[in-house]
Design a protein around this ligand. Structure first.
Ligand SMILES: C[S@@+](CC[C@H](N)C(=O)[O-])C[C@H]1O[C@@H](n2cnc3c(N)ncnc32)[C@H](O)[C@@H]1O
Length: 269
């Protein structure tokens, strides 16, 4: 199967913003930004920005001065980012573009942050070289990549394997498919960056413990389209199986699903 590139239609992108961003990508953006100094004269790129949670959290953290730009391949994600009414979103710029063709001049940005995007790029080295092109000298590259699948996605993979097929299993596990910290570090060094470090961050995925939440998580994922095509009965079976398998993660009204990620930082020369 070709590399999954996490493409969602506009409806699914809105589900992603309402469900996945609230459950995990927002908290992860905060934890990541806590580790990165940002300055008023920074020009910040949110690469593979999705609905723009890193850009928005960066704006919240640093205030109105820096230019903050989000770029993503997926039109539905960018349209969702543009449609949000919060002031953080409105004060960022949004562009639909491939990571290997960022529509900006050489040496535009002082910081590029890519949250859970690298694993989806078919040519990872080309992506890193393009980020290097748009970064200034001594620019900072920061990205996160999950280091292993969590129990929710393992349960989804089992259930999708039973009811949908191998393609859907590959799609649901794609976010965790590129996870070797040493190989990632070598790739970044080979692309010409210096001061490469790889650390581990932990973040909880917090979901309301309801079947409708599991349904929404499925529909906020590219695999959701294949499940929806099979009809309501199959969707209900998958939701039931996944819901039951999460009983150990139940804390009161929520499922709390621990997750860890590589945090990679490097600099341009
Ligand atoms: C799991 S989402 C993460 C989105 C966002 N960074 C966040 O934290 O919510 C992965 C994103 O990578 C984007 N993506 C995948 N391949 C891409 C490419 N070649 N160029 C730009 N974006 C890409 C997808 O469109 C998707 O929005």
């Amino acid at each position: 199967m070709a590399q999954d590139s996490f493409q969602l239609n506009e409806k699914a992108a809105k589900q992603y913003e309402k469900n996945s961003v609230v459950a995990v990508f927002g908290p992860l953006a905060e934890i990541t930004l806590d580790r990165i100094p940002l300055f008023d004269d920074d020009v910040i790129l949110d690469a593979a920005c999705g609905t723009g949670i890193v850009a928005r959290k960066a704006r919240e953290k640093i205030g109105p001065k820096p230019r903050i730009i989000g770029v993503d391949l997926n039109k539905g994600m960018i349209e969702t980012a543009q449609s949000l009414s919060d002031p953080y979103s409105r004060s960022c710029e949004w562009h639909t573009a491939d990571i290997t063709k960022i529509p900006f001049n050489d040496a535009t940005f002082s910081v590029a942050i890519c949250q859970q995007g690298l694993q989806f790029f078919p040519d990872k080295k080309a992506a890193l070289l393009e980020l290097q092109r748009v970064l200034k000298p001594e620019g900072r590259l920061v990205f996160t990549v999950w280091d292993s699948a969590n129990v929710l996605f393992k349960a989804l993979a089992v259930s999708l394997g039973k009811h949908i097929g191998h393609g859907a299993v590959q799609q649901i596990l794609a976010p965790f498919s590129y996870n070797d910290g040493a190989a990632i570090s070598d790739l970044v060094s080979d692309a010409g960056y210096c001061d490469v470090s790889v650390k581990t961050l932990s973040v909880d995925r917090t979901l309301a413990a309801s079947k409708s939440t599991i349904h929404n998580q499925i529909m906020a994922n590219p695999a959701g389209a294949a499940v929806a095509e099979k009809g309501d009965e199959v969707m209900a079976l998958i939701v039931d199986e996944v819901f039951s398998s999460l009983s150990d993660c139940r804390h009161g009204a929520n499922f709390i699903i621990p997750q860890s990620t590589h945090l990679v930082q490097a600099k341009t020369l």
